[in-house]
Design a binder for this molecule. Sequence first.
Ligand code: ADE
Ligand code: ZN
Length: 416
Amino acid sequence: MRSGELRVFVNEKPVSVTRGATVRDAVEVFDRELAGLLVSGAAHATDGVGRPVDASDPVGEGGAIFRVVVTARQGPPRLSKDLLRRWPKAELHVHLDGCLRPQTMLDLARSQGIRLPADTPEALARALSVQGSRSLEEYLAKYEITLSVMQTAQALERIAYEFVVDAAAENVRYVEVRYSPALHRPALTLTEAVEAPLRGLGRAAAETGTKTGLVVCGIRTLPPSVSLELARVAVDYKDAGVVGFDLAGAERGHPAREHRAAFEYAARHGLGCTCHAGEGDGPDSIHQALHDCGAQRIGHGTRLGEDAGLLEAVVERKIPLEMCLISNLHTRTVASLAEHPFKRYLERGVRVTLNTDSRLMDGVSLTDEYFHAHAGLGLGKEALAGVVLNACESAFLPEYEKVALVARVQSELEAL
Ligand code: ADE
Ligand code: ZN
């Protein structure tokens, strides 16, 4: 094999492609006619673990496996990633410390004299991938690496700015991004750690037109007094871009109710409250988030269906779930995409939304999440458009701004 070439497998046969080739290119080497069917929607491809892939996806690593089958299925043509990228979208659940550009990490590490596990963007993205994690706790360990280069105000500002530019490039019209200022001490004070990303978000919003909000996270494994401190600083910046308060971190053995004072303070002062729950632990954790902490939205909520009464209450109270399909695979919250309850909850009337959680570590874009909901779970165009509007309606925005966002996105969706 020549240098710059990769060997991947299509329907069990090895084929050589150049680095950066797409799935379509690989299938074309295997069988030109089959590639034509793939592009026209008459054939579909999956990866080595059965997840749907788009013809335009990069093949990624050498050794990657693809299966392509011709479908006799009649029905509406499959939505391509290209089309879904053009859809206007909104995202409510994404971690700033999970969304760095690999090249930016390398730049920051060089200027700060920090060693990273790899020295090219591709190798760094591989080293930070959470594919193959065995639990939420193992998944979270990768954040130590991204956080290592995020301990200056300039770094935080740049990362926030670039994140919004990247989100805007896939037509995200509104995004709430979260992180914990406590994880930037002692290098920065809490106020420095809040002001820096707000500067980046403001600059990117002005340039791209994408609306942004910052969500401050308490961390379950830190003392509740730190969560209260964080809720206070979040409230101090309420009129300067902070829109909400969240609780993140390892879930099992670290109950949300211990952090209730922080939620109470945030809610009393008009911040939106959300809480990661039902991801690394069961429905009792969701119950605590809603009933002890007063969360208005739930981060993930994947295990909600294990408690029928709670599921009913979530439907009745229109509690939005910030669901993240691929992240749930990586944390082993679900065993496979096919088993993900997203579609079931949607059909049951839960206000579900789609989110990335971590673009870098999970290796997904918001477009990818919509593509997986479509090609992997079978959601059609109407249902997906409803999910986009669910996200807009669940934004931590004043009512009049929310109405404007919903109207704008709805008319853009109709014009497509
Ligand atoms: N922090 C970053 N990602 C997280 C996740 N998926 N769950 C809880 N805390 C997190
Ligand atoms: Zn999260």
